[in-house]
Design a protein around this ligand. Structure first.
Ligand code: EPU
Length: 422
């Protein structure tokens, strides 16, 4: 198992480029199942979750051509409309194939995800919505089977709580349903808007993506997206946000390029309040300069456009280096403070009370042996290690490889002392 060995203390300087979004690419790859024509995407990041989704598509019957960041998916026939436990247990987002498969072939069988490091993560809202569209749902031997032999029919759907992949799953299904579907209390995340843009290019009729009410007029057939004019995936706002924090925590001077500043504004607002200088030299670049003096700023995670739960762990690392007390409240997942225990081992002063973390700074962090417990927790440990005195060894970095493309190379390039060892 790979580890990262990081020696803290270097100020980051230079330029880091943002990769395409993992959480946009996953539904985009699943959406390619909605048509028997080839669909080409670009700016697909080379991360482990994408490889898992590609393996799933091949099992289902897709032919895949991957050249760098460009992926063409062609599924002339669905051979097996199924997502097996072995894949779903390593990546919950595998349930994104449920909507497209039931819409295209009237049947899908997907393993139930089960528990996860950051919370329960059920898919009951995906199932409720598909039932509203006319699918019959059965659970057997840990699998969910959705059947709609005569196709799906549009309906009015209300999500009791906002779900990102739930909105995406049902949006994909609704594109091929008969008549109109209205999704109320839909997720407004940029990844949902990106998926809607891609589906529209395939011939879907969608209005309101990016707002909490999405209307879909079902069509009979969707078509492909040509190789010479592919759909470009949006920048990864969580990766970009992690780099912005890396610059700030080391008191560095870094330009993060190829991002969408609007997608990270909840984070950059907090960073500015904390005393970091953030400028926007052009439409896709943010320039961060830290002066080594940070003040504590409270933060509560929320659905987009609020502060992303996927940046909470990284923000906690930043707050260990701020003067004062920061209250961090996690409202999206019930168990997303695993990184706090590891940060404590590095010398942070954090008290957990249910969904709240009280971070008192500034702490003099020290290198230690720590364990990455999930993707974003691992990123938080990398950030803490960049400012810790001495050497930090992070075990189980396969978690970070799920969602960050070559993070050690990108960080080394701006001056971090980080090495991958086997
Ligand atoms: N929920 C339900 N029932 C459902 C679905 C969700 O109760 O049927 C609850 C969840 O338990 C959670 C809340 O609703 O408490 C929000 O979950 P959501 O469904 O929005 O999360 P997700 O779609 O499974 C995506 C991202 C996550 C990100 C969350 C929240 C992808 C592939 N994953 O997950 O990303 O944290 O939205 O923004 O898009 C990550 O990249 O590290 C990651 C975990």
């Amino acid at each position: 198992m790979d580890k990262f060995v990081i020696t803290g203390g270097n100020r980051l300087e230079g330029e880091i480029h943002t990769s395409g979004s993992k959480n946009s690419s996953l539904p985009a790859l699943a959406a390619a199942l909605l048509t028997d024509e080839p669909v080409t995407l670009t700016r697909v990041p080379k991360v482990r979750d994408i490889r898992t989704m590609e393996r799933l598509l091949v099992d289902i019957g897709s032919e895949l051509e991957v050249t760098g960041e460009r992926v063409t998916v062609h599924t002339p026939v669905v051979v097996s409309p199924e997502a097996p436990y072995e894949l779903v247990k390593t990546m919950r987002a595998s349930s994104l194939v449920l909507g497209p498969l039931v819409a295209r072939c009237g049947r899908a069988r997907v393993s139930l995800p089960g528990g996860c490091g950051i919370g329960a993560r059920p898919i009951n809202l995906h199932l409720m919505a598909l039932e509203n569209l006319g699918a019959k749902i059965n659970q057997e031997h840990g699998y969910i089977e959705a059947v709609a032999p005569d196709g799906l029919t549009g309906a009015e759907i209300h999500f009791d709580r906002i779900t990102v992949t739930g909105t995406e799953d049902v949006l994909m299904a609704a594109t091929l349903a008969r008549g109109e579907t209205v999704l109320n209390n839909a997720a407004r995340e940029p990844e949902v808007t990106d998926l809607a843009a891609m589906l529209t290019r395939m011939g879907a009729k969608i209005e309101g993506a990016g707002t909490s009410t999405i209307r879909v007029q079902g069509v009979k057939k969707l078509h492909g997206i040509p190789e010479d004019d592919p759909h470009e995936i949006i920048p990864d706002r969580i990766e970009a946000g992690t780099f912005l924090i890396a610059a700030a925590i080391t008191g560095g001077d870094v330009r993060v390029t190829g991002l969408n500043p609007e997608h990270v504004s909840a984070l950059t607002d907090k960073m500015k309040q904390a005393g970091v200088t953030v400028d926007q030299p052009d439409a896709t670049t943010l320039h961060v300069r830290g002066n080594g003096h940070l003040h504590a700023v409270d933060m509560t995670t929320e659905e987009y456009p609020g502060f992303a739960t996927d940046l909470q762990a990284q923000y906690m690392a930043l707050m260990t280096q701020a003067d004062g007390i920061a209250l961090i409240v996690e409202t999206i997942f019930e168990n997303r403070f695993m990184h706090a225990q590891e940060l404590l081992r590095m010398g942070a002063n954090i008290r957990l009370e249910g969904r709240q973390a009280i971070v008192a700074g500034r702490s003099r962090l020290q290198g230690a042996g720590v364990i990455a417990s999930d993707l974003r927790a691992s990123a938080s440990l990398v950030l803490a290690a960049l400012v810790a005195k001495g050497e930090t060894v992070i075990d189980r970095v396969y978690h970070i490889d799920r969602g960050y493309e070559k993070i050690e190379m990108k960080l080394s390039h701006v001056g971090a002392k980080i090495q991958r060892v086997e």
